[in-house]
Write a protein that binds this ligand. Structure first.
Ligand code: AHR
Length: 661
């Protein structure tokens, strides 16, 4: 009669629990399939992408060369001379205004005598190189003196041994792009790229680039496949981009301007990344934004993975924690125009100015943009009066676009209340709420949305994460406690899907050697990517989203933390799926009898369980699946299911109904 499943979950017939054989109170939970209470929006579970923690350059954007166009504040950042008895020098040069968006290049003056001279790029904390993989190299070059110069391109391992390379020649007196490719002979996580120039003369170089060929969808100059695959596996309903505080900039000058991120990559003007010096203990002076990953690529990524694009735009304010600059109201027009032009870029016909640019970049059809966010974590009157100006114009010119407004940086308080009160007088479709709070907050706030106005403005839980104690290893703040607490909270989001139309954990990505902020959803190094426990919690909800919320009740009430149990459920009308999430935050086994009514059910189902040895366990680069879901089969009798929920576990019961009664 007793079956011990792989997961450690023990299934017993109902009477065993009901007679209290093991001395625990059985909780009877009613699940009513034919009384859906709300729709779940396809956008319910999404992702928040921000270029923080080297998420873009050095991360998902697969370029391996750092400072490829010599535009960093110090033009030779990331580069060093390399000589082997040769003579030469690197001269950073400037040719503005001929190419105002990318004015710097480097002159390599070579007089090698018997040796060699060249330059080495260190990559983003090294370059991740895979044996037998093809690498695509390109460079813009011009010969300014001498003749017959050659450029040897070499990948070096950490010992300085060559692990792949090729050669280019045929330089002339005018700028020309050279492309070549070669195969790596070894795997190396911290390779460098050496360009050795032979001959005598001077060669100017710019836009030195190296990409793996196995990018996402094999696109030239594309995205890191392993990282995109991790994101795509979440089946996100939306991609919010480009942040976060990066939208605001520390100063207005440093704000994110989408128009600088589209068109040919060599013409995109890079800027310093605002996260470079933001965190005193995690400074990264070599953190810039090349915008190789720009708005076109964000739209394409969203389309690729079936997610709604959700761009957030600067509202004429820089970060209020930093310079707190505001654009006078009578000078706001260009900012509003940026929003209008963005809609044209995404949705306009190829015959329009911005739609034409999109078409010229390879996407003649529209991206079907439906949402635009105005401002990130802005607060107080200054925000509302600027937001109002955007709304006025957008509602008039683009009533089809749903506007997302902000409510400041906190989950409650004066600014939060003020924003909600004022925004209720306006017309946003969604209000973005942010909460980075301790795990206990998440557990005790699972009912947060139970009393929100069902007919009011919808909620976008745009940035949230449980922030617990810190420890040494970068990924160690992504504890099981934090993930379990988020799971408990997310049952409240799901139960209130009538109010909450979008939710995203933040931030999404972090480089293990170059992070500024933690915890994060997905960690990666130069070669590998892995999901945190929080990632698997997100995945548990997002891949079992369903189309309608169903009542999951104990004594007629939602399970929202009483006796450390949390639950929510959905049905998927298209596939007849039933997804019941059950979270046990206690240290004890919880016997639960699910009494499922309202439909006849298939006799078998599954349960997917996430648990850990301890609350402070986490997934690491060396043990990436330490906390990982396991799935077991379930057998049902007459709509009843006895479960014994493991201590500190997040569970989803997956069933199929035959017909709703
Ligand atoms: O997610 C990291 C940062 O947290 C975001 O940039 C900002 O919006 C919030 O303060």
């Amino acid at each position: 009669m007793r079956k011990i499943l792989k997961s450690g979950l023990i299934l017993l017939p109902a009477f065993v629990f009901l007679t209290g054989v093991i001395g625990q109170q059985v909780g009877e939970v009613s699940v009513i399939l034919n009384k859906p209470v709300a729709e779940v929006q396809p956008t319910m579970w999404g992702v928040f992408f921000e270029d923080i923690n080297f998420a873009a350059d050095g991360g998902i954007y697969a370029e391996l060369v750092k400072n490829r166009s010599f535009e960093f504040t110090y033009p030779l950042t990331g580069w060093r001379q390399d000589r082997d008895n040769g003579r030469g020098r690197l001269v950073p040069s400037f040719y503005s205004p001929a190419r105002p968006s990318n004015p710097h290049y480097v002159s390599v003056v070579v007089d090698p005598g018997k040796g060699t001279f060249g330059l080495i790029n260190e990559g983003f904390r090294g370059m991740g190189i895979k044996k037998d993989n093809q690498y695509n190299f390109s460079v813009f070059a011009k010969l300014t003196s001498g003749s017959g110069l050659k450029m040897n391109i070499e990948l070096l391992d950490q010992n300085g041994d060559v692990i792949g390379g090729t050669m280019i020649e045929g330089f002339s007196g005018s700028w020309k792009k050279f492309d070549t490719a070669f195969t790596a002979t070894r795997t190396e996580s911290r390779a460098t790229l050496r360009l050795v120039i032979t001959g005598k003369g001077t060669i100017d170089i710019d836009m030195v680039s190296l990409f793996p060929s196995d990018t996402w969808k094999d696109r030239t100059g594309g995205l890191r496949k392993d990282i995109v695959e991790m994101i795509a596996a979440l089946k996100p309903g939306f991609v919010r981009f480009p942040g976060g505080c990066i939208v605001e900039g520390r100063t207005i000058e440093n704000r994110y301007q989408w128009k600088n991120t589209v068109g040919p990559v060599e013409e995109r003007s890079m800027i310093i990344n605002r996260w470079n010096m933001e965190m005193r203990n995690r400074q990264a002076p070599d953190y810039f934004q090349s915008f190789g990953l720009g708005f076109y690529e964000y739209f394409l990524l969203s389309e690729d993975i079936g997610a709604e694009p959700l761009p957030i735009l600067n509202c004429g304010m820089s970060c209020q924690y930093n310079a707190a600059e505001v654009v006078p109201l009578d000078e706001l027009d260009p900012y509003i125009q940026d929003a209008l032009d963005l809609i044209e870029f995404a949705n306009g016909a190829p015959t329009t100015r911005w739609g034409g640019l999109r078409a010229s970049m390879g996407h003649p059809g529209p991206f079907n943009l439906k949402y635009v966010g105005i401002g990130n974590e802005q607060w107080d009157e200054q925000y509302i009066e600027r937001y109002r100006e955007f709304e006025k114009v957008l509602n008039q010119k683009h009533p089809e676009i749903r506007i997302v407004s902000g409510s400041g940086p906190s989950a409650s308080g004066v600014y939060f209340d003020y924003a909600w009160a004022e925004l209720k007088k306006l017309n946003p479709a969604l209000i973005d709420e942010h909460y980075y709070m301790p795990p206990e907050w998440f557990q005790s706030n699972a009912s947060r949305y139970d009393n929100y106005d069902r007919k009011g403005i919808k909620v976008f839980a745009g940035e949230y994460a449980a922030h617990g104690k810190d420890a040494e290893a970068p990924e160690s703040r992504n504890t099981w406690l934090s993930a379990l607490s988020e799971a408990a909270f997310m049952t409240g989001l799901e139960r209130n899907a009538e109010v909450v139309h979008m939710a995203s954990y933040a931030p999404l990505l972090a480089h293990i050697d170059a992070w500024q902020w933690r915890p994060d959803l997905i960690w990666f190094d130069n070669l590998k990517t892995f999901g945190t426990p929080n990632y698997y919690v997100q995945k548990m909800f997002s891949t079992h989203r369903g189309t309608n919320v169903i009542p999951v009740l104990q004594s007629g009430k939602p399970l929202a933390g009483a006796d450390s149990l949390y639950a929510s459920g959905t049905i998927e009308k298209n596939s007849s799926g039933v997804y019941i999430k059950l979270i046990n935050t206690s240290s004890k086994v919880k016997p639960v009898l699910l009494n499922i009514t309202g439909a006849s059910l298939e006799k078998t189902g599954e349960i997917s369980v996430l648990r850990a040895g301890g609350l402070y366990d986490y997934n690491s680069a060396s043990d990436p699946e330490h906390i990982f879901p396991s799935t077991d089969s379930l057998a049902l009798t007459g709509g009843k299911l006895n479960l014994k929920l493991e201590p500190h576990s997040a569970n989803v019961v997956i069933l199929k109904y035959k017909r709703l009664k």
